[in-house]
Design a protein around this ligand. Structure first.
Ligand SMILES: Cc1cc2nc3c(=O)[nH]c(=O)nc-3n(C[C@H](O)[C@H](O)[C@H](O)COP(=O)(O)O)c2cc1C
Length: 346
């Protein structure tokens, strides 16, 4: 019999995968790229590497975003994802490691990620209220290359067993100052505003994953798990990923690097996120959905295709690197343009 925590992880896995198609919205359709018939570029000129921080370089601009750990089912999923991350040279984030301080048996379901991918780039993931000890333990267990701290107030509020205290900034700043690997602060699918980004910047956070609405919907997932109170009114809570990227675009940049995730289901979405300023792109629910529905071989094939297509699209847009995408012209659909104008982002 697995612990309550492990059962919750299994529920997240099955609900996220099962309903991904139903909750996904094509918000990136609101971003149209302008074609240049003279790219003056060869695909051989394109280098997919991205330098996210002085000590953090990834081989491909998209990666497998934080999902799971802490149960038998999670171990199986993590093993498969880590094998694919290894094969395709993709960075991979773990699910939240908070569970290992309560249930040491959960460790194996995370350890498998490093076991299957000894030299790959791995991001450990913890809650923003993690202690320094927890962070150091998670990093050393996985030999992690970066630490993701998730900020998920909307999810916790809907979760029956969730936190109700969201005083995170001072702890985040403390962890950033004490750890010697890059710290990424990420949402979990509710997006960020320029206010959030400014607060993170003033607390020394330089890697921010805006993780917006459009894909995995934790309001829907937790509402399905929550049988006492109905939070259906929050199903559309938060900024979409394109909206969050525009919010980030208007913030004072300095040395901040923005990462996108939330609703990415195609190589063109990866490219559009790059055009809107993302330096890298995380994909969670879509990959999980393919893995659970169509199997390992299909996800393997999709990852091979995405790498080829991203490279060719970069050449088509005349970009030798993912970072160059920020120079590509684009127009916004009327909904996104209206959002941008009302928020004074354009
Ligand atoms: C099953 C599942 C579990 C997740 N668990 C975590 C987690 O432990 N920590 C975290 O930071 N994000 C977690 N996420 C959120 C993702 O990392 C990502 O921010 C969000 O799902 C939006 O991306 P997507 O639309 O590609 O799924 C989880 C997502 C899924 C699908």
């Amino acid at each position: 019999m697995e612990s309550r925590h492990a059962q919750r992880k299994n529920e997240h896995l099955s609900l996220a995968a099962k309903y991904y198609d139903q909750v996904h919205r094509h918000y990136f359709d609101q971003v149209r790229l302008i074609h240049d018939s003279l790219p003056e570029m060869s695909t051989d000129d394109v280098d997919l590497h991205v330098q996210l921080a002085d000590n953090l370089k990834i081989e491909n601009p998209f990666y497998i975003e934080a999902m799971t750990g802490g149960s038998e089912q999670a171990l199986k999923v993590n093993r498969q994802l880590a094998q694919l991350a290894h094969k395709h040279h993709l960075a991979m984030a773990t699910g939240s490691l908070s569970i290992i301080s309560k249930d040491p048996q959960a460790y194996a379901s995370f350890d498998v990620i490093r076991e299957e991918n000894p030299d790959g780039i791995i991001f450990a993931n913890l809650s923003a209220n993690a202690t320094l000890d927890q962070a150091q333990e998670a990093i050393s267990l996985l030999h992690a290359d970066a630490l993701e701290l998730h900020i998920n107030a909307a999810q916790e509020l809907i979760m029956p067993e969730g936190d109700r205290d969201f005083n995170w900034l001072d702890n985040i700043q403390y962890l950033v100052s004490e750890l010697d690997i890059p710290v990424i602060v990420k949402e979990v699918g509710f997006g960020m505003s320029k206010t959030t980004i400014a607060k993170l910047q003033t607390h020394d956070v330089h890697l921010i994953n805006v993780s917006g609405r459009g894909g995995t919907n934790f309001a829907a997932i937790e509402n399905r798990r929550n049988h006492d109170i109905d939070f259906a009114s929050l199903l559309d809570w938060g900024q979409t990923t394109p909206e969050a990227l525009l919010e980030a675009h208007s913030s004072r940049r300095g040395k901040t690097e923005i990462i996108a995730s939330g609703g990415i289901i195609s190589p063109l979405d990866v490219i559009k996120a790059g055009v809107l300023g993302a330096r890298a792109v995380g994909v969670a629910g879509y990959f999980l959905n393919v893995l659970q529905r169509d199997g390992y071989e299909r996800l393997d094939q999709i990852l091979s295709e995405w790498i080829v297509i991203v490279k060719r699209l970069l050449a088509l847009l005349g970009c030798a690197s993912f970072t160059d995408l920020s120079r590509v012209d684009y127009v916004l659909g009327s909904d996104l343009l209206s959002y941008a104008r009302q928020r004074h982002l354009r």
